[in-house]
Ligand binder design. Sequence first.
Ligand code: ADP
Ligand code: MG
Length: 279
Amino acid sequence: MTAIEFKNVVFSYSEDGGTENNIEPAVKELSLTIEQGEFIALCGHNGSGKSTVARLMNGLLTPKSGEVLAFGESTQNKKKIYDIRKDVGMIFQNPDNQMIATIVEDDIAFGPENIGLPREEIGKRIDFALGAVDMLEFKQASPYKLSGGQKQRIAIAGVLAVKPKVLVLDESTAMLDPKGRREIFDVIKSLNKEGMTIILITHYMDEAALFDRIIVLDNGKLAMDGTPKEVFARQTELAEIGLKLPRATKLNSYFKENGLDLGEVLSTDELMEKICQLK
Ligand code: ADP
Ligand code: MG
């Protein structure tokens, strides 16, 4: 099943489409298809259009021309926008801006309350969502006392409580330390195993390496779309559009040039493992 489809999408932040003020569109003639259950990293340097693309996915923004479909429904169809927002959940960079209540449980309840679920079901959703991010014991905690990684897990739980089919994380791990990033990665990986489509926006290529598919944007256009192996093979082009190779890939090609061929390596964990196996 197709989850999200972009058909020749153009989006501009200026009303006149950019002609008058000479502002280029933020997204230009973008076409792509995302199937339900995919595990995708969306990459690109600052200003390449990642957040705009994310907001187009659930109708927070609508195209100036072309079309965005979520589960076959156009995001321009006002009658469907409610369902689309429910199906395509979105998490942003700063968890503090996403917390509103003084108790974790109340924060998670916000989404389910908003879609008018009965009280008993809301209780079930809270437990389900907190369980999924491994934060059940923090149900009564104050969000302000949690670590960055924990806050971001609560923010994810808030979206999960509405049971979306797609989860888009817009640089949600950027402010976290490596441990916090790992925590979030483990959560989204297990959600994906249960069938949820995951789209993580990141400019860390080390992080992108852990996904099945990498979509690279440059200047509002689709620059690359493939497996990590395919994308990282295009080293020169990546450098030209301001993206660095993952550390593991760089180290691995350095080893190879110097006579140590460890085969394909995508993450530092994998690289460490292979080095440790050397006699
Ligand atoms: P990214 O998330 O990859 O950094 P964005 O989607 O935020 O990129 O931005 C794409 C382009 O749109 C940039 O040129 C940016 O300056 C512009 N832009 C983003 N948000 C706005 C806005 N609210 N108003 C006007 N221009 C914007
Ligand atoms: Mg952004």
